[in-house]
Design a binder for this molecule. Structure first.
Ligand code: SF4
Length: 203
């Protein structure tokens, strides 16, 4: 069977709820309703690593973007992303259409259109005043965007709410990615610029 030459990049817990902070998951495994039409249309998936669980493990506490925004966490994000950057670049250089990135709305790490904020209480040493902050991305997505642009790759991005999985629609996400891709020239650049693949003829 001919392959589709088309893929989308998904944040980790869209396919694996076990990475989510203990007690916060709203589905047992993968976001099946979101994924079913994506799989049915023949789009491939690159699943990014979960930056929080690979940094602090599965027993971590809920935290906001202020607590994750540290040089060490940013360096961790950059390090775990590197092989995935290679995979995305290689796919583009070999004629695979990369539709974009789907993150997790409201996450301090993987939010695209919204992240969450909070402060550390000096009394309890717990994060309090948790709130969603619209219009700003999580730390992992900030690093991802920077690393992609450093390679000349400007991918559209959107996010889905993993706290309300029935609201997540692949059709809507795909339309958002397509609309953002169409706007790329207005942002002052092409949607995707990838240097051509140089094949050595020295052998
Ligand atoms: S939103 Fe990102 S950091 Fe949080 S569990 Fe999902 S993949 Fe991990």
């Amino acid at each position: 069977m001919e392959r589709s030459y088309r893929l989308v990049v998904l944040c980790h817990c869209i396919l694996n709820a076990n990475a989510i902070v203990d007690g916060e998951a709203r589905y047992p495994g993968a976001m099946g309703e979101f994924l079913a039409p994506l799989v049915a249309e023949g789009t491939g998936i690159i699943q990014l690593p979960c930056p929080e669980s690979t940094f602090l493990g599965l027993r971590r506490c809920p935290m906001g973007v202020e607590q994750y925004d540290s040089p060490a966490f940013r360096r961790h994000c950059s390090r775990i992303l590197e092989p995935f950057m290679d995979q995305i670049q290689d796919a583009l250089q070999n004629g695979v259409q990369v539709l974009g990135v789907v993150g997790v709305k409201g996450s301090p790490s993987c939010g695209v259109t919204a992240t969450c904020t909070g402060r550390m209480s000096p009394d309890t040493r717990k994060v309090v005043d948790f709130a969603v902050r619209y219009g700003s991305a999580g730390v992992f997505i900030q690093v991802l965007r920077r690393e992609l642009l450093a390679r000349g790759i400007d991918l559209p991005m959107t996010d889905v709410d993993n706290g309300d999985p029935s609201s997540a629609s692949w059709k809507a996400a795909r339309e958002e990615l397509t609309a953002e891709a169409a706007e790329a020239p207005a942002r002052g650049g092409s949607n995707i610029f990838v240097p051509p693949l140089h094949i050595s003829s020295g052998f």
